[in-house]
Design a protein around this ligand. Structure first.
Ligand code: PPE
Length: 306
């Protein structure tokens, strides 16, 4: 998916033209994978563009930085405003928003403590993340031969750029084998998540999704889905899942900011009923919620013009 350029990118406090948003080749985080980032979506609502759960995403960015002992030289409010300014400047009704905090130019070597921290926010239009067929047919999943990074190797609660080497290895392996996406098991053999989404499986009528302790990122979409599911009276649990649970699941979906809610049609060629009834209800409600069409979730939509 080639990036579609927009007008401006916020860099360290100023909006600069898209083509001028450049950094030095010796930028520390490029060499060591030590940036922290977020992926957020802005949606068109009847009151203008609104960024979905923006404050929650920026708070997670600060938690990611805290784990790395990185000091972001801005406040949560500053970066909330920066995201709104960037989306407003793009003039787009909806888009994907990418804040990143990283160690900049000036130091080399693995000690990050003397490094300066730079921050930027870009936005651009980003369509269906798991392919154009994902919404109509569901996605084909493969259990990855790559284990999810362990808590004592690379902390999965920190959305660190370097963590995504693990995801990319799994993604490419799955695509080359003819699947749409990979499911990653942790080093204990339990399901953690996918390369860029959390996973939900229904077993005996209960919606189950692996917790942080299983090596999953604490997804904001995962949290929204749990709220929506509970509000619909579904039984939802954060719990460990095994590979067998997936093969015999009654229904399954993956979710994330980019992927939204995507039904799963098979895991390692074992078919899963798709889209399952709960999946359909949750995907439709999520699509309305992000666009400010559900009263009880309106506070999740943070308007760019406010
Ligand atoms: N797990 C991982 C590993 C992950 O990257 C994401 C988001 C999630 C779970 C879901 O988190 P949330 O977006 O808060 O519901 N992945 C982002 C990056 C995708 C990319 O390719 O880059 C995203 O969806 O924006």
């Amino acid at each position: 998916m080639p990036i579609e350029a927009t007008k401006q990118i916020w860099m360290n406090g100023t909006l600069v033209d898209w083509d001028d948003a450049k950094i030095h080749i010796l930028t520390h985080s490029l060499h060591y994978g030590t940036g922290v980032f977020e992926g957020i979506r802005a949606y068109e609502t009847d009151r203008g563009p609104a960024i979905f759960r923006l404050t929650d995403h920026i708070e997670r960015l600060f938690n990611s930085a805290k784990i790395l002992m990185m000091e972001i030289p801005y406040s949560v409010d500053d970066l909330v405003t920066a995201c709104k300014d960037t989306v407003r400047a793009s003039g787009l009704p909806s888009c994907y928003v990418r804040p990143i905090a990283y160690y900049g130019y000036g130091e080399m070597g693995l000690n990050t403590l003397p490094c300066s921290v730079d921050v930027s926010v870009a936005c651009w239009p980003w369509g269906a993340y798991l392919g154009d067929d994902a919404a109509s047919k569901g996605v084909r999943m493969k259990i990855s031969s790559w284990a999810r990074h362990d808590h004592n190797v690379m902390p999965p609660a920190s959305k660190t750029t370097g963590n995504y080497v693990n995801s990319s290895l799994a993604k490419v392996e799955a695509l080359k084998a003819g699947y749409d996406e990979a499911i990653m098991l942790n080093t204990d053999g339990y399901v953690s998540e996918c390369t860029g989404e959390n996973i939900f499986a229904v077993r005996n009528g209960v919606l189950i999704t692996p917790p942080l302790s299983a090596g999953a990122l604490e997804g904001i979409t995962q949290d929204s889905v749990m709220t929506i599911a509970r509000d619909h009276g579904y039984d939802v649990r954060l719990d460990h899942l095994t590979r067998s649970d997936l093969y015999i699941a009654e229904e399954m979906f993956v979710c994330g900011t980019a992927a939204e809610v995507s039904a799963v049609n098979s895991v390692d060629d074992r078919e899963i009923p798709c889209p399952g009834p709960r999946t359909q209800v949750i995907a439709a409600e999520y699509a309305r919620a992000v666009r400010g069409q559900v009263d009880q979730y309106k506070s999740w939509c943070e308007r760019v013009d406010e």
